[in-house]
Design a protein around this ligand. Structure first.
Ligand code: AMP
Ligand code: ZN
Length: 490
């Protein structure tokens, strides 16, 4: 049974909030564009994946059976100028003196580790671009056969004008007009081989030096970036599925091209609800590797950076992100993190208190009404900031019962316990970082040793303070004395 059928989702395709009605009753197919694994994910990437993790979690919480596909881009994502020499994987593999597939493995492992620390659920299928080369070649051939793609010098391009002549409307997702696009598009991709600057690569011819290459009917080459998502989404979710997501910046050209590829073959929209998550900014500027305005997730968690005054547990970061609506820009700052830390602890303390509450004869709170507000917030296009505000009302209820200023009957108390815990831990995915996990036990032990060392320094017992520092260093734990006291890394 689905717990609520009031869910409304903002659909980027229509520009409106629409009632969520899955194509196949209680089953939901959701595809989210995954990372390009040629370097570590930054905190901005984590925000987008966390937005869709929250959406996945709420759909599960409502009782939907979700097939959640998130790919790994491990080939074919070129830097801007489309020159094969600018293949991100090849470039990085030269820099690190590793095989391209070693680069892929290294950063895929890092990606999984980071998402695990931030308590993101794994997708139900995680396909790779290199695992679906055959399907990409087949789709390219189909588009050629349909007259929607053409080959030049071993590369194949999608013919945007031919597509539009069939009334298929390229630009519908990003509201771009084809004439404007043509006059605005620099020749980014293909050095003048294309019939039209808006055409995009389905398959690229590999130069002799290019290592990541596969044989195809057009010679050795590699797939264009947009192709993999069309192939993998339709393979696992069918040619019409419920949700396709990604960061705002993927709307154009990536998602526009995905629609064109699928619609070109199937003659209908591939996706019912297109969803786009907004950006994380730092110093008011979009977080991005290329501009250098970024922070790695583990640098924030370990306090290994110059931007934040102290380390912040992953759950606090998670809480901070979810305090913003997924379609709003979020500017991360020290102040925001400190405020989130307080809010996070209030929720965790209330979770603990909740376990100690006992039922009474009568209720002095309307718990059903309060619960309906939690669902209403999430049903309104996953409004997590409003949900969190209602959860804080729940904290007030919990604390007043604890202080005997109010009471609940057993059925109301059970409902409060189930839904408060459910929304905090299952929907928001917040776990008690202080109570779980070996790292936190280790952190506690290190903090204790730092306190003993500080006391030793006050007592001028430098032999002891140096020994603590040196033995921790031997164990791989570095202490750093600074203006904010002693910090550590391990
Ligand atoms: P990439 O690995 O570059 O393909 O990016 C992975 C995901 O992170 C995509 O969905 C991007 O839209 C998203 N992304 C990139 N930069 C940011 C940012 N500053 N804030 C939020 N999401 C981002
Ligand atoms: Zn994609």
């Amino acid at each position: 049974m689905i717990k609520s059928n009031q869910l409304k989702v903002y659909n980027s395709l229509s520009g409106q909030k629409e009632t969520f009605e899955p194509i196949n009753q209680d089953k939901v197919g959701m595809y989210v564009c995954g990372p390009t694994v040629y370097s570590n994910v930054h905190l901005g990437n984590v925000r987008t994946f966390m937005s869709f993790d929250m959406i996945y979690r709420y759909l599960n919480y409502l009782g939907y059976k979700v097939r959640y596909v998130r790919n790994i881009t491990d080939a074919g994502h070129l830097t801007d100028d489309g020159n094969v020499e600018n293949d991100r994987f090849v470039k990085q593999s030269k820099l690190e003196k590793l095989e391209p597939m070693e680069i892929v493995q290294k950063y895929t492992v890092d990606f999984h580790k980071v998402l695990d620390v931030f308590n993101l659920l794994p997708p139900t299928i995680e396909p790779t671009a290199t695992g679906h080369i055959v399907e990409q070649i087949v789709l390219t051939q189909k588009l050629i056969d349909l007259g929607l793609a053409y080959e030049v010098n071993g590369s194949v391009y999608f013919d945007v004008l031919a597509y539009n002549e069939r009334g298929l409307n390229y630009g519908e997702l990003s509201n771009r007009n084809i004439e404007e696009l043509i006059s605005n598009t620099r020749d980014l991709d293909g050095q003048g081989e294309k019939k039209n600057p808006v055409d995009f690569a389905l398959w690229k011819n590999a130069s002799p030096a290019h290592i990541m290459r596969w044989s195809s009917p057009w010679g050795d080459g590699f797939p264009g970036w947009h192709l993999e998502c069309t192939v993998m989404s339709t393979k696992y979710l069918g040619d019409y599925f419920d949700i396709h997501g990604g960061g705002m910046d993927l709307k154009f050209p990536h998602h526009e091209c995905e629609i064109a590829q699928a619609k070109g073959v199937h003659q209908h929209e591939p996706v019912k609800y297109w969803m786009h998550a907004n950006m994380l900014t730092m110093n008011g500027q979009r977080m991005s590797k290329s501009t250098g305005n970024y922070i790695l997730p583990m640098q924030l968690v370990k306090g290994d950076n110059d931007f934040f005054e102290k380390p912040f547990p992953a759950s606090v970061v998670r809480f901070c992100f979810l305090q913003a609506h997924y379609r709003s820009v979020l500017d991360i700052s020290n102040e925001a993190m400190l405020a989130s830390e307080k809010g996070y602890h209030r929720l965790m303390d209330a979770l603990k208190t909740l376990e100690t509450l006992e039922a009474k004869e009568a209720s002095t709170f309307e718990i059903e009404e309060w619960v309906s507000k939690l669902y209403a917030a999430m049903d309104d296009d996953f409004n997590t900031p409003v949900l969190i505000a209602h959860l804080f009302d729940g904290v007030k209820i919990i604390n007043s019962i604890k202080e005997n200023n109010g009471r609940l009957r057993k059925d109301d108390l059970d409902l409060l316990k189930n839904e408060f815990k459910g929304f905090v831990t299952e929907v928001l995915g917040l776990r008690n970082d202080q109570a779980n996990g070996q790292n936190n036990q280790l952190d506690e032990a290190i903090k204790l040793l730092i306190e003993i060392r500080n006391q030793a320094r006050v007592d001028k017992n430098f032999a002891l303070s140096d020994e603590i520092r040196d033995r921790l260093a031997n164990a791989g734990i570095q202490l750093k004395d600074g203006k904010n006291g002693t910090e550590y890394q391990h």
